[in-house]
Ligand binder design. Sequence first.
Ligand code: ZN
Ligand code: ZN
Length: 391
Amino acid sequence: MTKTIQALTIDTAKNEWHGQKGFFKREVSMPVLDELNNKKDVVSVIVKVLYAGVCGSDRGMWHRQAFTDMFHNSLEKEEKKLRIVGHEFVGEVVEAGSLVESLYGVKAGDKVSGDSHITCGKCFQCRMGEQEVCQDQSIMGISIDGVFAEYVKIPAKNLWVVDFDRVRPEVCAMYDPFGNAVQSLTRVDVRGARVAIFGCGQIGLFSVLLARQFGAAKVIAIDINEDNVKMALELGAHEGIVIKPAQKEHPYDYDKEAINEIMKLTYGKGVDVSMEMAGFNSSVNNCLEATRFGGQVILFGIKDGDFMIPKFSKMVMKGITLHNIIGRQIFKTWQIAQRVLSDKTNGVQDKMWNTIMRGGDGPVINFSEFSHEIMEEKMKKYPKLIFDMQK
Ligand SMILES: [Zn+2]
Ligand SMILES: [Zn+2]
């Protein structure tokens, strides 16, 4: 008899994508290494998941607003109906394929996090060191099975060995999204810059910490949620702006009041760098309005669907540079993230744990206590949630 484990899933055979929302806890078979029948298992490991983070994209999937095509196409390709979700993790290697230690230096007993993008290593982009845009990649928890499970099988090349003395385990589970913020804040030079961060969910908040860390002269945090703006200020943002609901001609129009305020704070110039971390169409237009002539816009939060940019030519006339952020640079981003998190004097790790995660009180959910209602309640209340997978 095969051993089973508990996992959070979406089953398309039960119409769970289109008909419903949320994730569904089920018994699934324990992943195994079977080198005789699956050659790739020689370079794979089984990880016992200790903590798993709930990403903004998991929230998007919860509400069926993100990755619809990727999710369905991948299941079709695998001839499967059931997907285990989740991709941010830290865990312990319990079994390693026969080539793992000699090729990757990873062995049973190691504590690991890892990148959620499983890249091919063979395409033009991979060969050029641009794995984040690999032409044949899978994303854990979306296009292959993920980490909201007691155990998961992962290719060893994706692992990042961690040391709990340097970074606490719960924060190690946030390497992946923290890496998105690192990737955003290292794409442009923020030294001495005025930076507007639109959207203060988890990655927006991490971006506030990093913008300060990397030497921004003024960080302006903007959100529709007052609590998120308050938290951004606690984390070191110089200014906070709450976007109030307003009568607009179109929902995608920029928010006039917020933009006026940003213009005041930047002496009429606009910010050097705007970061789109909210995912709304209006937020993209806010970024384009808030950015100075010759400035830069980072796009990260965007979800499924078409986006409208009125007066597109204005962006050209302003000479704005757009940067699109996907994933992390493997493993350059991870190295920078580790250095920032390991430095006990900069306060970044402490603020992530004590302020964003409230020291675990509330935002950490015991996996055994998962329910649809608890998730709905906590997703409204906290910017970041983590499952304690062993409780
Ligand atoms: Zn994520
Ligand atoms: Zn590739």
